[in-house]
Design a protein around this ligand. Structure first.
Ligand code: ADP
Length: 382
């Protein structure tokens, strides 16, 4: 294998793969559109070759030829090629060709998800998304993650909101993550959650301008270069909105499903619909909608007001054919606790709000479990 300090480019890898022929289909791997999930990292190259599942076992020589071709590029230190099944055509990756250390089950039951490289040790990844900012997506993500942990699961939380990382504040974690080997990062921990955020690495006040490729590599590093260990579930707090960056992320991450956070206002619901469509476009199952700031209970008299026209999300979910996962009221205690790094699920576990988050977490997990196979542990809510 070639060594040296030469930077390996995607173009060089594609060029090398363009010389590897799949004789049965009379073309090369690139020309036939068989390469996906190409990831480059400091001379380490990872990609998948999409094949018809019936041909899987017979294609080991093709996979090896592809690895060999890329390994010959100056600067390449390691190559991992994985055979994956065509979209919608059945089970992924022939066992003979699975990447070393890959988890025993795919991150999602099928579709485009099976084409993405799973992440070793992580059972399922779920995205928490919203059509626009300020609807309480991050507050929901942290409390959902804590709700899953309270239900006995090993949980990680990845703050992919690279434009406005709020997890350092919401989890009460300060300081930089350490890197024992100079290559990978250890996640920070609090309340039993393993947490990674770009906010740990940069100053929260520093304005960040991200271009497409930077977004992709930042996310991929936070996912794949972090020592997550064994997790049942990784909750990803997505950037708000449905632009290109969000779409890229939804495409890049092997998501088992997404939850959409919405406030009851009509306008937010229109945005929520965009979020829903975005995930559907990339074949990520939408697990359901959570209505946040659903209603307001007066702290003095206990009177409940539906200030935003409560119930919109439930009706909208029905209309859109997706599940309604639950509602969280607007309450100062939720704001104060999440903004002070003591989310309500851990700081007031007996409150009805914590109970509501745990209930939503249980519904989310049940949906993941039913899609992700029998290996997942079962949780019981009392
Ligand atoms: P987003 O991630 O959608 O931008 P955040 O989670 O940062 O939204 O929430 C925006 C603000 O609203 C924060 O100050 C947060 O504490 C507050 N907030 C979120 N959900 C609630 C709620 N249910 N009740 C009261 N305040 C909330």
């Amino acid at each position: 294998m070639a060594t040296g300090r030469t930077t390996v480019t995607e173009a060089a890898v594609r060029e090398a793969l363009g010389k590897v022929r799949d004789e049965e289909h009379g073309g090369d791997l690139v020309g036939l559109g068989m390469i996906s999930g190409l990831t480059l990292r400091d001379g380490h190259v990872l990609f998948s070759i999409e094949v018809d599942p019936q041909r899987g076992p017979a294609l080991e020589p093709l996979r090896q030829a592809a690895e060999k071709a890329v390994a010959a590029i100056p600067g390449v230190l390691s190559v991992t090629a994985v055979l994956t099944a065509h979209r919608g055509s059945g089970p992924a990756a022939a066992p003979a060709a699975a990447a070393p250390g890959a988890p025993p089950r795919p991150a999602a039951p099928g579709g485009a998800q099976s084409r993405k490289l799973p992440i070793a040790g992580i059972g399922s990844i779920i995205a928490v998304a919203s059509g626009k900012g300020g609807v309480g997506k991050s507050t929901t993500a942290v409390n959902l993650a804590l709700g899953l942990a309270a239900n006995g699961l090993k949980v990680g939380l990845l703050d992919a909101d690279i434009y406005g990382p709020s997890m350092p504040r919401m989890t009460g974690i300060t300081g930089k993550p350490s890197s024992p080997d100079g290559k990978s990062l250890d996640p920070k921990e609090n309340y039993g959650l393993k947490v990674m955020s770009i906010g740990f690495l940069i100053d929260e006040e520093t304005p960040m301008i991200w271009r497409g490729p930077m977004v992709q590599s930042a996310l991929s590093q936070m996912l794949r270069d972090v020592n997550w260990g064994q997790l049942d579930v990784l909750v990803v707090d997505m950037p708000p909105g449905t632009g290109d960056a969000q779409l890229t992320m939804a495409q890049q991450v092997p998501l088992a499903g997404a939850v959409i956070v919405s406030t009851p206002q009509d306008i937010a619901l229109l945005d929520a619909r965009k979020g829903l469509n975005m995930f559907r476009k990339v074949d990520v199952p939408v697990l359901g909608i959570i209505e946040n700031m659903s209603y307001f209970c007066c702290p003095n008299c206990g009177h409940r007001s539906d200030i935003f026209g409560h119930g919109g999300a439930r009706a909208e979910a029905e209309k859109l054919g997706c599940d309604f996962l639950g509602e969280i009221p607007l309450d100062i205690a939720i704001r104060e606790t999440s903004d002070s790094g003591q989310p309500i699920v851990v700081s007031a576990p007996d409150s009805p709000y914590a109970e509501a988050y745990r209930g939503i977490a249980a519904r989310v997990w049940e949906k993941i479990r039913s899609g992700a196979g029998p290996a997942a542990p079962r949780i019981v809510i009392e």
